[in-house]
Design a protein around this ligand. Sequence first.
Ligand code: KMT
Ligand code: NI
Length: 146
Amino acid sequence: MLTTESLLDADKHENDPELEKIRKERNYSWMDIITICKDKLPNYEEKIKMFFEEHLHLDEEIRYILEGSGYFDVRDKEDKWIRISMEKGDMITLPAGIYHRFTLDEKNYVKAMRLFVGEPVWTPYNRPADHFDARIQYLRFLEGRA
Ligand code: KMT
Ligand code: NI
């Protein structure tokens, strides 16, 4: 997992050499911007519920917060939740195969850039999803850094 702080200026996201550098280095060729709030996101209730179901993906999940805030919860090595507070200017990269979930905070608003390596696949696999190669690889990676 990679988080950055203060390197990125969210107000400059449309023309930011630091962001371009990250995109180039990590092959984040694809991007869009998602606004999560009741009035802007179609099927808001359903999507919020999905985001907060514990799940994994077969690819990295990369989010860059442009406005508002929220929490990513990730499982640590002991399978306990770690809550990561995400605010404007923060970027997070969740590795393929990590169990996680997302929730808004009391402000009920976040605008985030979604980045992806190649054509995006958003499919969440709710826990348990331990048979996927991405999960097995991720556990192997955790082992190696004891
Ligand atoms: C996701 O896939 O969990 C989302 O896009 C919601 C978080 S965006 C800050
Ligand atoms: Ni996810």
